[in-house]
Write a protein that binds this ligand. Structure first.
Ligand code: GTR
Length: 415
C-alpha cells in the first residue's frame, strides 16, 4: 500500500523533457537473450520456446493489454469494384467488414488499390488517420462507407468533403502501383475512435455484463487497432487478388506503434514497417529522451493498458524495453525509420532498439543492423532489419515509401 501511495505521488510529477544526448540518464537494458530464470538463449529454437513467449506475455499484460476473447468477421460486404481506377492504372475495391456481438456492432471499411496487370499483388496494409478519402483525391472513395450523394446535410457541412485527398502526400500510391504493390487502408477510428472513452469502438463488444472499461491488463486502443489489422488479414487471406504471403504492415507514429505490436502478435504479416513510431513504439523507453511514458500515458491514457501507467517515471521497473518488441518480429523483416527533426520520437532511441533487436535476427542467420552507430541522414540500410534517418520532420514522405519498396523487394527476393 505504502508503495502504491508513493508511486501515485511520484508518478504525478513529470520530469522535464530531455532534448540533449548529454542529459540521457545511464540505464541498463533488460537482456534479450537471457530468460527470467537466468537461462542463456543461444539458438533460435530456445528463443522461440523459452524467451519469446515470456517477453510477448509481458508486453501483452503490462504494456499494450490482452484481447479478452475471440471475435470473427460477421459479414463481408463488397461496396465497390472498379477495374479502371486512378486513370486506368489500378483496380479499386472497397469492402466493409462487419463485427457483431449481442446487440453491438462495428464496421471496418477497407479501401484497396491494386496493380492491374497482376494476378496477385503484395500489399501494404496501413491505417490512416483522417478517413480513407483523405489518402487520395479519387472522388469515388467512400466517406465512412457512403457515396457523396448519400451523405447527410450534417455530414456535408462537416469538413469531410474538404478533406478528400488532404493527406495524399503521405501515400505514394502511384509509386506503389508502379512498383507492383497494392495498398489496403482503413480509418483507425473505425476500430476504436481515438479518444479516452471505452464506451464505443471494438472494446464495447467484448464487455461482460456491467463492464464499462477494460480490466487493468486488457487492451487499450493500440492493442485494439493491432487486433483490427489481424482481422483485416483474415479477410485478405480470402481475397484472390492479394498475395497474402506478402502483406506488409505499415504504420506512422501512433500507428507505427500499432504496426509493431500487430506484427509481434500475428506471424502472418511477412514484413513490418514502423515510421517515426517513437515512445511505446520503436524508441527505447529507458533513454527518456523526448516523449516519456509519463507524457504519453497522461496525454493518451487510453492507448496502453492500465498496468502500463505504473511505469510512469519508473521505466527501470519494466522487465522489457522496446528493442524486445522489435525482436518479437524476428525472423521476419522489420524496418524502423526515423526523421532527423522528430526529436519527440527519439530517433537515436529508435535506432538503438533496432540495433539491439538484431541479436535475435542473428540467431536465425539473418542480417540485422551491422553498423556501429546511427547512420547519417538519408543513408538507408536494408538488411533483414532496415533503418533510415530521413532528413526532416515527423511525417511520411515519398522518400520513405521508396525505401520501403526497395526493402520489401530485396527481402521478398532473398526469402
Ligand atoms: C504525439 C504522440 C506521439 C505520436 C504522435 C502521433 O502527440 O505524443 O507518441 O504517437 O502523437 O501519433 O501522431
Amino acid at each position: 500500500m505504502a508503495l502504491m501511495i508513493y508511486h501515485q505521488l511520484f508518478a504525478q510529477r513529470s520530469t522535464p523533457t530531455i532534448k540533449n544526448e548529454a542529459d540521457v540518464p545511464a540505464y541498463d537494458l533488460p537482456l534479450l537473450l537471457r530468460t527470467e530464470s537466468g537461462i542463456e538463449v543461444k539458438t533460435a529454437e530456445a528463443w522461440e520456446r523459452l524467451r519469446r513467449p515470456e517477453i510477448h506475455a509481458y508486453f501483452a499484460n503490462q504494456v499494450y493489454g490482452v484481447v479478452p476473447s475471440e471475435l470473427n468477421i460477421h459479414k463481408v460486404e463488397v461496396l465497390d469494384f472498379e477495374p479502371n481506377a486512378l486513370g486506368g492504372k489500378a483496380i479499386r475495391k472497397q469492402v466493409q467488414l462487419h463485427f457483431k456481438k449481442g446487440k453491438k456492432s462495428i464496421a471496418m471499411r477497407l479501401l484497396i488499390y491494386l496493380p492491374k496487370d497482376k494476378k496477385k499483388s503484395p500489399v501494404f496494409l496501413a491505417y490512416n488517420f483522417k478517413g480513407n478519402h483523405s489518402v487520395n483525391s479519387d472522388p469515388a472513395i467512400l466517406i465512412g462507407g457512403k457515396k457523396e450523394s448519400e451523405l447527410s446535410q450534417e455530414e456535408l457541412k462537416s469538413d469531410k468533403l474538404g478533406s478528400r485527398g488532404s493527406r495524399s502526400s503521405r501515400w505514394a500510391i502511384d509509386t506503389m502501383i508502379g512498383a507492383g504493390y497494392g495498398l489496403v487502408t482503413i480509418d483507425y477510428n473505425d476500430v476504436d475512435p481515438d479518444k479516452n472513452d471505452f464506451s464505443d469502438g471494438i472494446h464495447s463488444l467484448f464487455y461482460k455484463s456491467g463492464q464499462t472499461a477494460p480490466e487493468k491488463n486488457e487492451w487499450g486502443s493500440l492493442s485494439a487497432w493491432a487486433w483490427g489489422m489481424s482481422k483485416a488479414m483474415d479477410y485478405l487471406e480470402t481475397e484472390p487478388l492479394v498475395d497474402s504471403k506478402k502483406v506488409i504492415l505499415f504504420g506512422h507514429s501512433r500507428l507505427g506503434k500499432t504496426a509493431l505490436w500487430a506484427g509481434a502478435n500475428d506471424k502472418r504479416f511477412s514484413l513490418v514497417i514502423s515510421n517515426n513510431s517513437g515512445c511505446g513504439g520503436a524508441a527505447l523507453s529507458r533513454r527518456r529522451f523526448g516523449e516519456k511514458l509519463s507524457d504519453i500515458n497522461t496525454k493518451f491514457p487510453h492507448w496502453f493498458c492500465e498496468n502500463f501507467h505504473f511505469f510512469n517515471e519508473n521505466e527501470s521497473a519494466l522487465a522489457v524495453d522496446q528493442h524486445m518488441l522489435i525482436a518479437l518480429i524476428a525472423p521476419r523483416p522489420v524496418y524502423v525509420a526515423s526523421a532527423s527533426q522528430d526529436l519527440w520520437a527519439d530517433p537515436k532511441g529508435e535506432f538503438l532498439a533496432a540495433q539491439w533487436a538484431s541479436s535475435v535476427y542473428l540467431l536465425y542467420g539473418k542480417k540485422g543492423l551491422t553498423m556501429q552507430s546511427q547512420p547519417p541522414v538519408n543513408t538507408p540500410y536494408h538488411g533483414t532489419v532496415g533503418y533510415h534517418l530521413r532528413e526532416g520532420k515527423h511525417d511520411v514522405t515519398q522518400y520513405d515509401w521508396e525505401q520501403y519498396i526497395k526493402f520489401a523487394e530485396k527481402n521478398f527476393k532473398s526469402n
